[in-house]
Design a protein. Structure first.
Length: 340
């Protein structure tokens, strides 16, 4: 009897070890250890008119206030509700692994960021660790903001501090298993200065802005684990779900199936109005945000897109979804694509 017990116990221990090792490999070590995180500092950012102006521009043109404010989704330009800028909201996208809430960033001390330090905000924006030490879900684009210069980071935080306090309690994000553990591997501490990039010509400016705004997150097709498919950068076809419909992202490369017919004027006009000639862009494309950029910044983005490798990937949302052999998803004109 004792021998049988010992054998059973040994088998159970071996199984526990095997499962633990497998979980460690599949979920990643940080799923168990918690996100990488540097200690918070007491640094603060001086308020200056230049920082307020720059911070307002960035917060309104790269999506900070768009995500962190409730909107009137019934209107075409999705205006922020009056007096609610930065007050937080549940993100409306229907294909997320759980309920994702963008927190209240106003200075309200009970429901907002009024008790958060400047470095808590800095760590969340560029490193993916919240004020309470938890890992942030990757729809908060901290992986793109890692390259944001220190001065731009300071400007955004100074501007956020200027938002009037709004009492608006926002629940915490609830991510489903196993994503809520896997995402703990994503945060990366920043311990060295991040200097301003070289913006000396339009292409360099555009490359920086395309990364900052995360264009590739939507315009590159992904596999079932949301990993970008190699060799298809910016070629579109990623299927996105939102309350205003399901849509596949466009091919942004200069290929014949991309946007070779765009010129700079048409591109800027599309970002400003959400209209490409007689065709309206789906609201999933945040033209109402990017349209707040200056002509110089939008021209830079267009200049960079023109340098992309042409990729023949046909995506047409006016046609019925069919299986695409290139990205393995169902989207309009999918069956018109062929693997080389």
């Amino acid at each position: 009897m004792k021998r049988a017990f010992r054998i059973t116990l040994a088998v159970v221990i071996v199984l526990i070890v095997v499962v633990a090792v497998a979980a460690w490999k599949v979920l990643g070590p940080r799923a168990f250890l918690g996100p990488r995180s540097r200690p918070l500092t007491s640094r603060t950012f001086e308020v200056t008119p230049a920082r307020l102006e720059r911070g307002k521009y960035l917060a309104n043109s790269i999506g900070c206030l768009y995500c962190h404010s409730p909107h009137d989704w019934s209107k075409r330009e999705d205006p922020i509700l009056a007096g609610m800028a930065g007050a937080g909201q549940q993100l409306p996208y229907t294909d997320l692994p759980g309920k994702v809430f963008a927190p209240n960033l106003t200075s309200d001390k009970d429901t907002g960021a009024g008790n958060w330090t400047d470095d808590m905000l800095a760590r969340g924006i560029r490193e993916g660790v919240g004020h309470d030490g938890r890992a942030l879900f990757g729809i908060m684009p901290f992986a793109h903001y890692r390259n944001m210069p220190d001065e731009d980071l300071a400007s955004i935080i100074v501007y956020l501090r200027s938002l009037p306090p709004v009492r608006n309690a926002v629940p915490k994000t609830e991510i489903i298993f196993p994503v809520k553990y896997i995402m703990r591997n994503d945060p990366q501490p920043i311990t060295a200065p991040v200097t301003s990039p070289d913006l000396s010509d339009p292409v360099k400016r555009g490359r920086f802005l395309v990364n900052l705004t995360g264009c590739t997150d939507c315009h590159t097709p992904v596999d079932n684990h949301h990993v970008p498919l190699p060799g298809l950068d910016f070629s579109g076809g990623q299927v996105l779900h939102a309350p205003w419909g399901t849509v596949a992202s466009a091919n942004l490369t200069p290929a014949g199936s991309g946007i070779p017919y765009y010129d700079q004027t048409l591109f800027i006009q599309a970002m400003r109005t959400g209209v490409v000639r007689a065709r309206e862009l789906n609201k999933t494309m945040p033209w109402a945000v990017l349209g707040n950029m200056t002509d110089e910044d939008l021209a830079g983005i267009f200049a960079y897109l023109k340098t992309l490798k042409p990729i023949g990937h046909r995506v047409d949302n006016t046609e019925p979804p069919t299986l695409c052999p290139l990205d393995g998803t169902l989207h309009g004109a999918g069956n018109q694509n062929r693997k080389e």
